[in-house]
Ligand binder design. Sequence first.
Ligand SMILES: *Cc1c(COP(=O)(O)O)cnc(C)c1O
Length: 378
Amino acid sequence: MRDNASSPLPFIDLQAQRARISDRIDAAIGQVLDHGAFIMGPEVVEVERELAGRTGAAHCLSCASGTDALIIPLMAADIGPGDGVLVPSFTFTSSAEVVALRGATPIFVDVDKYTFNMNPDSVRQGLIAAELAGVTARAIMTVDLFGQPVDFDAIRDIADEHGLWILDDGAQSFGATYKGIPIGKFGRVTSTSFYPSKPLSCYGDGGAVFTDDSELYEQMKRVRVHGNGGGGAEAQCLGLTARFDTIQAAVLLEKLKIFDDECAKRNSVAQRYSDGLSDIVQTPQVIDGATSVWAQYTLVSERRDSIRESLSNENIPTALFYPLPLHSQAPYRDCPIAGNGLPVTEMLSKSVVSLPMHPYIEPGAQDRVIAAVRTALR
Ligand SMILES: *Cc1c(COP(=O)(O)O)cnc(C)c1O
């Protein structure tokens, strides 16, 4: 039998969550199987109401993925060829992909070394790069990386000054707050994802868009279903098949009941990591006045390969988010970039390493992770 002290740890433990609420989730899915409204059933309406209530946004539009949650508002606001959207290069591929899919131009900006989020100075440089490239900047896509809100006040100043709107990519940050206000209210639009590894997740793909802009909401509703919103034969614009499945809505409703508790647990886990590691390695920093939902817990070290090897020797998985800056990947090589390159993004892509992070990691298991990191950096 395997020694408990070296048994494999999961990076994210969805089974522990399932064990906690499996009866309720099975019953909720069973109800959908019984009523049979698999498309836009009552659970979809209910989960949209519940999600909007939690953010304080006037409208929530559920959809089929976090990526759809980003492209739907871009389509509804008619962002297209000749338009530019400022996007960090240090993020998941979707953030820039949706802009390029619209035929618009991602303008890549750098991030802050300590928060991993968009650097306002680089956003200003990005605006110059856009102008030089002959692109009309229309929006700023703030990405709340690893669960932490960007510094919205600083970004909003730039947006207001230049007549841009903010599309907040909150795929990793649903449940986080900035100055006491939940994510969902800071952009003209906020998008999130319920992909299984996100802090709030379903059992498949899913996403949602939040806005206070009723006109944009009505247009996004049309875009979600073939340009007619699912009613009537006539398309009023181009659209998608981007509905949220009723079964996934039923799963999400059950997970929302334990979500606040899970966020508190994630915060305790992050605190224990920081207490055990911040004296020897760069641990994540949350800006004053914000809370994170800790989608990832990410260290920065020139010796990340040693850290990974030491953890791997102890049967502890690690992950790299993100090992390749977007601006150096094939689809984006010709896109404008802020300033003379993105040095922090380049540095982070070579030095970040994420540790196992989920609400159910036991203190003893965490101490194994901490010990293995310390061994590597001794
Ligand atoms: C996961 C993620 C997305 C895309 O979400 P999907 O549901 O996988 O389509 C977009 N942006 C960021 C920052 C993400 O982490």
